[in-house]
Design a protein around this ligand. Sequence first.
Ligand code: RIB
Length: 310
Amino acid sequence: MKSINRKPNITVVGACNIDLVSYVPRLPAAGETLHGSRFHMGFGGKGANQAVMAAKLGAQVTMITKLGSDVFGENTLKNFESLGISTKHVHFTEQAFSGVAPIAVDSSGQNSIIIVTGANDLLTPEDVAAAQPEIAAADVLVCQLEIPIEPNLAALRLARAAGVTTIFNPAPAKPELPEEVYRLSSVFCPNETETQLLTGRAIRSLEDAESAARVLLSRGPDSVILTLGDRGSMVVTQDQARHIPAKAVKALDSTGAGDAYVGSLAYLLGLGLPLLDAAQRAGSIASLSVLKSGTQSSFPSREEVKDLLD
Ligand code: RIB
């Protein structure tokens, strides 16, 4: 088999956080103090995670983000540089601290996350406009909701005007989105919680997943991929609805699995793979990320997933 060697060009607009992860027997109740067994500090933030996943698979990635002028910001910049991610559009501000995310992970690998977005909130449409050449030259643009909606809209408009494929990951969950976001998305990619908030429908079964995905599709994206955790994903376009089951794995830490999925999907679509094929392979790559601790530190390397890239 011949492995895929072309480097897709991916631009990510989004947030960077430092993840402060505590491993606990169970998630604490309100007012409760619990003993944790382990602590891990690492690089996170949904945009950064997606950029790093795509870069680890072999993409040429440009990151558009804002960091605080502090030690977390400096280290995040160095992390991107060490992975070959272009930092030309990584901005710094004195007005806020870099984003942080205290996270608790229980013994079944499930998590609770608090985000203090800080400098991420100060990314502006003007910062994004300065990256117009990189957005227009991308194979795929990736956006999420951990930054304000205005820079996301600016990026999506520039991408679509240039005919660039766009992936919009509406995470973390918000109840409402401007209609334009749906219309500017080639792939709208929420998880179950985000879908429930956006559609008002609970996702209990695969039938629920398909019908909620159809509601989202009717708002204007070319396709919807609803990620379903250990149940896989539901891919819906005007022509078809397909459930892609997930591999059964024993999760150690599921933090960032959704980002591993989106980053892999961007890479695979950037290579020109058809949507269903890309979604299937992205699911397999993301399932490997739950086997290790941490967020970016759990993402598999290109070497580890070479069978999925052949
Ligand atoms: O999706 C996981 C990410 O959510 C973590 O890295 C954390 O920083 C929060 O953004």
